[in-house]
Write a protein that binds this ligand. Structure first.
Ligand code: GDP
Ligand code: IMO
Ligand code: MG
Length: 390
């Protein structure tokens, strides 16, 4: 299905942790380059192979595939010592099979950034990962940051010297690749609702997580690009900030338990709620999504009814467009459409074989968002994916 598209962007369409790692793993076997273009080791992308889970933080999830060149683009922020630890873990487990390349223009996260992130009241209010991401970007934009090339030229930092074999001009590398008709897979981190411009500001991360970040964060003008949004059949959020469909009751706890919703980076419990189609439709429009991967539908198995938010109500007003105002977002009451639940769907390997209730649910998501669902997740493992015929 994807063979006809040269380049693909995998973009989180909710509040992060949608299952991007699993989708990148699936698609990277056909990719020449797998590229991270924003964020840093705040990301935690899980790939599950035969029950063995690996969480990637800085290294692109495509590294498991032998023929891939995995790029940390200029738009990422990089913690050299944590990256070295990740590389050594991957090598130890024979998972570093592809090549790694690091942009000399990427900015470096220092211990000072991490200290600031851990101590600052703003970080505490947002509930950041504490990895210094925001403060590294603050210094970058403030024109006092330090880039990989600068640190290398200073010649004093042992960690950056150990990474030297991977460092190059990745923008030039990718441009050459495009000239040779190579396929690039862009691995977005975080999600649309955490985007610095389009997310629930100030409860966001400090980078452009939406598709627009790709041009500046990788330094390439990609032409033939399929934008694939990743979403779960429900929503989760780690940290603070509005989550209109949050379930603060037993149902929310059940979703967390069944979906194993604990952060891959910090281990924090994720807040859980019903699928928010107002937010998903907004993500579809901001990113111009060409298709959706709708994952974790197995987690909803066994619920008597499954709800999806189709509008928000504030006072007497009915809102259909995701609001910019945090004050409004904190007061909205979702209006739900209720679907009958479904039984166990694990192990099903074709769209036709899915229960009618699941198909009705998926088709409603398509009609509402005006985006076709092309991949369906029914389990954590690599093989637990169903292609929906288009
Ligand atoms: P990412 O940050 O977007 O890569 O997502 P995370 O890895 O942080 O969280 C997604 C979690 O859901 C991981 O533990 C995946 O293994 C798991 N997962 C992905 N797809 C499915 C699915 O269809 N069903 C179930 N049960 N788990 C899934
Ligand atoms: P992946 O790529 C979910 C959240 C943090 C916090 C906010 C800002 O695995 O989907 P930061 O440390 O970035 O300054 O924190 O963003 N956050 C994520 N939530 N998934 C992620 O990444 C996240 N990366 C950051 O919890 O609320
Ligand atoms: Mg994650």
């Amino acid at each position: 299905m994807f063979k006809k598209f040269k380049n693909i962007a995998v973009i989180g369409s909710q509040w992060g942790d949608e299952g991007k790692g699993k989708i990148v793993d699936l698609l990277s076997k056909d990719a020449d380059y797998v590229v991270r273009f924003q964020g840093g080791d705040n990301a935690g992308h899980t790939v599950s192979i035969n029950g063995v889970r690996v969480a990637f933080h800085s290294v692109p999830s495509g590294i498991i595939h032998e023929n891939t060149i995995n790029v940390l683009g200029n738009g990422v922020v990089l913690n050299p010592s944590r990256l070295l630890k990740e590389i050594s873990y991957l090598k130890q487990h024979s998972l570093m099979r592809g090549k790694l390349r690091i942009s000399e223009r990427a900015h470096v996260i220092t211990t000072h950034h991490i200290e600031l992130d851990r101590r600052s009241p703003i970080s505490n209010k947002i509930g950041t990962t504490g990895h210094g991401i925001g403060y590294a970007y603050v210094d970058k934009v403030g024109r006092r940051g330090i880039r990989v090339i600068d640190l290398l030229e200073q010649g004093k930092d042992e960690d950056i010297k150990r990474l030297e074999e991977y460092i190059c001009d990745t923008s030039a590398l990718l441009q050459e690749g495009l000239e040779e008709n190579k396929k690039i897979l862009f691995e977005g981190a975080q999600g649309t609702m955490l985007d610095i411009d389009f997310g629930t500001y100030p409860f966001v991360t400090s980078s452009t997580t939406t598709v627009g970040g790709l041009f500046s964060g990788a330094g390439v003008r990609v032409r033939d690009l399929f934008v694939l949004g990743v979403a779960k059949g429900y929503v989760t959020r780690v940290g603070n900030g509005p989550l209109p469909t949050e379930l603060k009751d037993e149902l929310g706890k059940l979703l967390r338990r069944r979906g194993n919703e604990f952060g891959a980076t910090t281990g924090r419990p994720r807040r859980c709620g019903w699928l928010d189609l107002v937010a998903l439709k907004y993500a579809a429009s901001v990113n111009g999504l060409d298709g959706l991967a709708l994952l974790k539908l197995d987690v909803l198995s066994g619920f008597e009814e499954v709800k999806v938010a189709v509008a928000y109500k504030v006072d007497d007003e009915r809102i259909m467009r995701f609001p910019s105002s945090i004050k409004i977002l904190e007061r909205v009451n979702p209006e739900y459409k209720v679907f009958p639940g479904w039984g166990d769907i694990r192990g099903i390997d074709s769209y036709e074989a899915l229960p009618k209730e699941v198909k009705d649910y998926i088709e409603f998501v398509e009609d509402f968002t005006k985006v076709k669902v092309i991949l369906i997740g029914n389990g954590p493992n690599r093989k637990d994916i169903i292609y929906k015929p288009t």
